[in-house]
Write a protein that binds this ligand. Structure first.
Ligand SMILES: [Fe+2]
Length: 256
């Protein structure tokens, strides 16, 4: 069984090591190198590749140093803004590592070249895995720095179309803040209250709040539900279309 190690970095970044074969690992969004190097040493793992979801330094700041120290390849969706990049990916490209296939999903919105990485399940006993960077967060989504709301919404819809039991690993520990915003939008949503209680326990124990699942996100994440009457009513936009509702929701989150 392949495993995922979550590494905390800076104040709220989450770096992941996806372990495969016996002792190989892929780092997702290593904003800094030292905690990754320590973890590789601790678990006796060899780093074969870095997958960057986008070019922001808190996601790729450690990549060049890791490449220097381990000889790994740097892979991402932006050929100009990711230093040391070896392989520029395109949407729907399949990356193969041993017997692991990783699918690239182009998800512009947070940046114009943001991508997510999806590892489909091999059989019914496994869950799929999705690394979303700053595109889809637990109970939220990334800020729109380089694209409009419609573009981000289209990207999120691609992710929402993945199987329900896909585990979602995002780039920041923003979960509690996102749930609190979601509750402000829908104060009577008991599912959100239930999740806040659960994740508060995890945070108190020092555990990360990832993974979430696509099923949970479709049920509670307001940014995936801007086509529903509940969210439209909550925003007092009963006749607006989903993209307009999304734009307004994102605007409110920006100033929350
Ligand atoms: Fe970012």
């Amino acid at each position: 069984m392949n495993s995922i190690i979550t590494i905390k970095a800076f104040s709220d970044n989450l770096i992941y090591l996806y372990c495969y074969n016996q002792n190989d690992a892929i780092a997702i969004d290593p904003g800094e190198s030292s905690p990754v190097l320590k973890t590789l040493e601790k678990y006796e793992l060899s780093l074969t590749a870095i997958l960057a979801t986008h070019h922001h330094s808190d996601h790729v700041g450690g990549a060049v140093e890791l490449k220097k120290k381990t000889g790994c390849k740097i892979i991402g969706g932006d050929n100009k803004r990711i230093a040391g990049i070896d392989c520029v990916v395109e949407s729907e490209q399949i990356l193969t590592f041993g017997n692991i296939n990783i699918e690239v999903i182009s998800t512009p919105g947070h940046t114009s070249t943001s991508v997510c990485y999806y590892i489909p399940r091999n059989n019914e006993n496994e869950t799929g895995i999705l690394f979303t960077g700053d595109t889809l967060f637990v109970a939220g989504c990334g800020r729109l720095f380089e694209c409009d709301a419609q573009t981000m919404r289209d990207s999120l819809r691609k992710l929402a179309a993945l199987p329900d039991n896909t585990n979602l690993y995002c780039g920041h520990e923003y979960t509690l803040e996102n749930y609190e915003f979601a509750l402000k939008i829908e104060p009577d949503n008991s599912l959100i209250l239930q999740h806040i209680a659960e994740i508060t326990k995890k945070i108190q124990k020092g555990e990360p709040t990832v993974p979430s699942t696509i099923a949970v996100e479709k049920a509670i994440n307001p940014f995936l539900r801007t086509d529903t009457d509940r969210i439209k009513t909550a925003l007092n936009m009963p006749h607006a279309d989903a993209a307009e509702v999304f734009e307004e929701l994102r605007r409110r989150k920006d100033i929350y």
